[in-house]
Design a protein around this ligand. Structure first.
Ligand code: PEP
Length: 257
């Protein structure tokens, strides 16, 4: 973390978990233990059907609500889809774009990621752009080549004044939902690499203002060590964000004075 130049953001990704009733139960348990963390922003990305209610439930708290994807067009004949403008209009603040599960199961490509980032920024949402390599790619030694490509594609045609609103999440695919975490050194190396790509594209001032998260089996035990790395500015957390006490422990790790 480097709180001097950029915000630390702890974000939960609930994926396809929690009914409305379960979302209410989470809010009732989580809000009293949350308080007002000084050093980090907190985001919960919840299923589309529960966004509106979640915004109301967390209205008077430090929690911002995020969506898990959006369409890149403003409106039109795209049955079943939700646009960035629609999300913005109900009070959503963030949207995850290019999560590896969407890349794997829903044909998300680096080109659709770029269109969605543009659309999210135009609507006034902060995109959380996921990038990350598979185990095979890591073993072939092409991790940084791939990440560089993913970051460059995501940022294509994004004007310099909007780049600081983009959040990147480095999520090695082999670490998501597997219980395997990248070591703090591995995660730092890639997050630093992402910042270097941004610096080459937009300059040092912009690069140091961009929040770069790590995601992949982050939990109460490993969070402090990961967050102590200079280029890891928070986490995108799946499993451990579903339980208020576990999520809170990660927030506490980000919130040490
Ligand atoms: C994720 O889904 O973005 C994620 C990092 O999941 P988990 O924390 O469960 O590995």
């Amino acid at each position: 973390m480097n709180r001097r130049y950029r915000k630390t953001i702890i974000a939960g990704n609930w994926k396809m978990n929690k009914t409305l009733t379960e979302t209410k139960a989470f809010a009732e348990e989580f809000k009293p233990i949350l308080g007002r963390p000084k050093w980090c922003d907190i985001v919960l990305c919840v299923p589309a059907v529960n966004l509106h209610s979640a915004i109301r439930m967390f209205k008077d708290s430090r929690v911002s609500i995020g969506a898990e994807t959006c369409h890149y067009e403003e409106n039109g004949a795209f049955t079943g889809e939700v646009s960035a403008q629609m999300l913005k209009d109900i009070g959503v603040k963030y949207v995850i774009i290019g999560h590896s599960e969407r890349r794997q199961y829903y044909n998300e490509t680096d080109f659709t990621v770029n269109k969605k980032v543009i659309s999210a920024l135009n609507a006034g949402l902060r995109p959380i752009v996921c990038v990350g390599e598979s185990l095979e790619q890591r073993e072939l030694g092409v991790t940084m080549d791939l990440i560089t490509y993913q970051v460059k594609c995501a940022l294509a045609n994004i004007p310099i004044e909007k780049v600081r609103h983009v959040v990147f999440a480095y999520e090695p695919i082999w670490a998501i939902g597997t219980g395997k975490t990248a070591t703090a050194e591995e995660a730092q190396e890639v997050c630093e690499g992402i910042r270097t790509v941004i610096r080459k594209l937009y300059g040092a001032r912009v690069a140091r203002a961009v929040t770069i998260q790590y995601g992949g089996s982050m939990n109460a035990k490993n969070a402090a060590e990961l967050l102590a790395q200079p280029d890891i500015d928070g986490g995108l957390i799946g499993g451990a964000s579903l339980k208020p006490d576990q999520f809170m422990q990660i927030i506490n790790a980000a919130n040490q004075d």
